[in-house]
Design a protein around this ligand. Structure first.
Ligand code: F6P
Length: 542
């Protein structure tokens, strides 16, 4: 495979460090708005389905110029082409990374014939299950974990208004039976479709839940396992050995956390129907095209990925908070945690050499406005600067059942939601001086306290950076574009960092140790274990 240079060996890296020391460290967004009347226009980008305002970030034109030069030093364009062309860029597993091929129109990407055939096959099945009149199905229980759960679960929740009345999708992932048990409580095996999703079909949690679900199905008098259990997997043999014959397959060049576009998207297709699933793919493809063809200076995934590098490696920010102001996107932060932290949480470069710079930030968040009443205190006044990413959706869609007075109320609530979103990014940037706080009345504040002390408690530093992404509506195509935007942004920072964003060896050690502990949980044998593990094992068994 072509070798790509390390970012920290490029002279541009040193120039960025110098620029940060000279201008970046003290950069004030408020000042920037005062001196750049067109800052909003020059720092915003309209990508397919997603508008982004980057103007409230701690970045100036020189930093961007250097970051773009860094992208060119590390041969970002060539790295991107290697991705789209299907080069084996996941070198530690000898695999191509071709999730973009899953959403390309027929004939436009590698493996097109296989992809279209698998898609058509899956969509016919999905529409048949969705058609209650013929299938009799009212509930779909999807069992999978990680990339075989987070994407489908997040998307189905986001597109809830597209799910027909009378159809409920359930997602079970945790090996903890408290996940599966409440789901099964009110289900009837005759009207339930199970989908077992596992790329490898070896994952402990998924197989355990699948086994339990099948036992429940048979115990409740369920018949026709072949009809009621389907598997989405790249290991059809293991699924068959498990006793599932209805299998939808995919390929090793689809990474788990990039797999919702493949047959792993089956629950999405059942929930929203084949036409909407195709619209999801089309939205993602539009973002792929933008990523592949837009000049870097106007290329949204490139700009966001470079901003991530600027914040992580020069400002030293270690985390980023995601605040979707849409209840349907409440699982987006969890989805992004896997996408970004499993992809870029790496400590060695492609040669296996230790890195001298930070990689994936901690990604976390919660839907707005809920987060405001929990951790936003820290974002506004805490000692750490945490860039925030707001996601606003202009028009709501509550589903056909909402009308009349309820709709009027909910529309009014939507205006409040958007105003809250705007107010938070405004407050983070604007801050409040102690002097301003001193002049305001604060009815709930103590009358005993020195007003100057109180004013210091009530002041905000401001200059806290944020990005706002805006969608016109949370449609399948807009959501597809948004997810693809995040995928490519993670690719860009990973490409600059010279890491393999597509393996996940870091999850293996815990899995292996768990397998070693399982027999000890029954036998109580603690021989050779460290003191803490031995003590805890004994306590949990007692
Ligand atoms: O947690 C590691 C991981 O391999 C993820 O990358 C993957 O998405 C998840 O487990 C589930 O794997 P599978 O689809 O093979 O069950």
């Amino acid at each position: 495979m072509t070798e790509f240079p390390r970012c920290d060996r490029s002279p541009t890296w040193a120039a960025l460090q110098t620029h940060f020391q000279q201008a970046g460290r003290t950069f004030d967004v408020r000042q920037a708005f005062a001196t750049e009347p067109d800052r909003f226009a020059s720092w915003s980008v309209q990508a397919p389905e997603v508008f982004a305002d980057l103007s409230k970030n701690r970045i100036d034109a020189r930093a961007l110029e250097l970051l773009l030069a860094l992208a060119s030093d590390v041969k970002l364009e060539a790295q991107r082409e290697a991705l789209f062309n299907g080069d084996p860029i996941n070198a530690t597993e000898g695999r191509a990374v071709l999730h973009t091929a899953l959403r390309a129109p027929a004939g436009l990407a590698p493996f097109s014939h296989e992809v279209q055939a698998a898609l058509d096959h899956m969509l016919v099945f999905a529409d048949a299950v969705r058609d209650h009149a013929t299938s009799g199905i009212t509930d779909v229980v999807h069992i999978g974990i990680g990339g075989s759960d987070l994407g489908p679960a997040m998307v189905v929740q986001a597109l809830q208004s597209y799910v027909p009345a009378g159809l409920t999708l359930h997602f079970v992932s945790n090996v903890d039976g408290h996940d599966l048990a409440p789901v099964l409580r009110d289900l009837d095996p005759a009207t339930t479709q199970f989908v077992i999703a596992s790329k490898t079909f070896t994952t402990q949690e998924t197989l355990a839940n699948a086994r339990a679900a099948k036992a429940w199905f048979l115990q409740q008098g369920g018949t026709d396992v072949a009809r009621h259990f389907a598997a989405t997997t790249s290991n059809a043999k293991a699924a068959a050995e498990f006793g599932i014959d209805t299998t939808f397959g995919f390929w090793d060049w689809v990474g788990g956390r990039y797999s919702l576009w493949s047959v792993i998207g089956l629950p999405i297709a059942i929930a929203v129907g084949s036409a909407n699933f195709r619209a999801l793919l089309a939205g993602a493809h539009a973002m792929d095209q933008h990523f592949r063809t837009a000049p870097h200076a106007r290329n949204l995934p490139v700009l966001l990925g470079l901003l991530d590098v600027w914040y992580r490696n020069f400002h030293g920010f270690t985390s980023r908070s995601v605040a979707p102001y849409h209840q349907g996107l409440r699982r987006l932060p969890a989805y992004l945690q896997q996408l970004e932290m499993e992809s870029n949480g790496k400590g060695v470069d492609r040669e296996g050499l230790p890195l001298s710079y930070g990689t994936s930030p901690v990604v976390w968040g919660e839907a707005g406005t809920n987060g405001q009443h929990a951790y936003f205190q820290m974002l506004h006044q805490g000692t750490d600067v945490i860039p925030v990413e707001f996601i606003a959706v202009k028009s709501p869609n509550y589903g056909d059942h909402v009308g009349g007075a309820l709709l009027d109320n909910l529309k009014d609530q939507h205006v409040k939601l958007l105003a809250n979103c705007l107010a938070q990014s405004q407050a983070l940037m604007q801050g409040k001086t102690a002097q301003a706080a001193r002049t305001e009345s604060a009815p709930t504040a103590s009358k005993e306290l020195d007003p100057d002390v109180l004013a210091r408690h009530r002041s905000f530093p401001g200059n806290r950076p944020s990005t706002t992404l805006v969608l016109d509506a949370l449609t399948p195509s807009a959501l597809g574009a948004l997810i693809a935007l995040y995928e490519h942004r993670v690719f860009v920072s990973g490409a600059v960092w010279n890491i393999n964003s597509f393996d996940q060896w870091g999850v293996e050690l815990g899995k292996a140790l768990c397998n070693g502990l399982l027999p000890r949980m029954s036998s109580g044998d603690v021989d050779g274990l460290d003191g803490s593990t031995a003590g805890l094992l004994a306590k949990l068994r007692a």
